[in-house]
Write a protein that binds this ligand. Sequence first.
Ligand SMILES: *[C@@H]1O[C@H](CO)[C@@H](O)[C@H](O)[C@H]1NC(C)=O
Ligand SMILES: *[C@@H]1O[C@H](CO)[C@@H](O)[C@H](O)[C@H]1NC(C)=O
Ligand SMILES: *[C@@H]1O[C@H](CO)[C@@H](O)[C@H](O)[C@H]1NC(C)=O
Ligand SMILES: *[C@@H]1O[C@H](CO)[C@@H](O)[C@H](O)[C@H]1NC(C)=O
Ligand SMILES: *[C@@H]1O[C@H](CO)[C@@H](O)[C@H](O)[C@H]1NC(C)=O
Length: 196
Amino acid sequence: MTTMASSRLCLLLLFFLCFILFINHPVKCDEEDTLLEGINSYRKSLNLTVLTKNDNAECFAEEVADQFKSQPCTNSTGSNTVPGTEPQIPNYESLLAKCHLNVSNTKDGYVMPACVPNLDPSLVLTNFTETQYSGELNDTKYTGAGIGSDGSWIVVVLTTNTPEGSFVTYNAASLTTKIGPVSRLLFLLMASFFLL
Ligand SMILES: *[C@@H]1O[C@H](CO)[C@@H](O)[C@H](O)[C@H]1NC(C)=O
Ligand SMILES: *[C@@H]1O[C@H](CO)[C@@H](O)[C@H](O)[C@H]1NC(C)=O
Ligand SMILES: *[C@@H]1O[C@H](CO)[C@@H](O)[C@H](O)[C@H]1NC(C)=O
Ligand SMILES: *[C@@H]1O[C@H](CO)[C@@H](O)[C@H](O)[C@H]1NC(C)=O
Ligand SMILES: *[C@@H]1O[C@H](CO)[C@@H](O)[C@H](O)[C@H]1NC(C)=O
């Protein structure tokens, strides 16, 4: 093989590598990461532990945001809701099921939808830290969070470290999610072998 051909092969492999990594890590919305950082700064200022990212809660947050996306922001939606009159999330259990979750491992969690036009980052953060939601955000029982957004809606789902709030998926889901990293590792190994 000529050096020309082998360097082309290298490029091709690199391209595939990037492609695979890209597929496995879809680009995350900045708003979501920014909000988690903001919430964690808020918790640090109260001397509370930071919330770790929970991927299963994030899946559920995306599903909930998807349900709300067609509703416009008003002074009675999202964090403006009068406590006790929160709209029930329709088909809650089927949304959980989409993320391979059920009530048993999510009932201690807490779902907080907020509506902010254009998801303006400064308003998004204060819609959580300076509203009724602050009472949940400053609660020591929560240890993790997943954030999803769609349209003007951004949803934070808080998780606990108890089984009832862990957002651990049931068997079928944990199997499929384990295949991902393993096949990625295999591919990396194969690719690096070729590159040597
Ligand atoms: C957090 O801890 C620091 C150091 O222990 C203390 O000075 C500060 O007042 C605490 N803040 C709150 C909000 O409890
Ligand atoms: C919400 O908006 C409506 C109509 O714009 C207004 O009549 C009402 O007073 C507002 N409620 C609050 C709590 O601001
Ligand atoms: C929450 O977002 C709304 C936009 O929907 C904004 O008008 C309001 O000022 C925000 N509230 C806080 C406390 O940031
Ligand atoms: C948490 O927030 C609630 C509601 O804003 C407040 O009443 C409570 O004192 C706060 N607790 C702490 C530890 O900051
Ligand atoms: C939730 O899933 C667990 C594990 O599969 C199962 O044992 C439990 O009965 C399920 N609970 C509900 C309410 O479906």
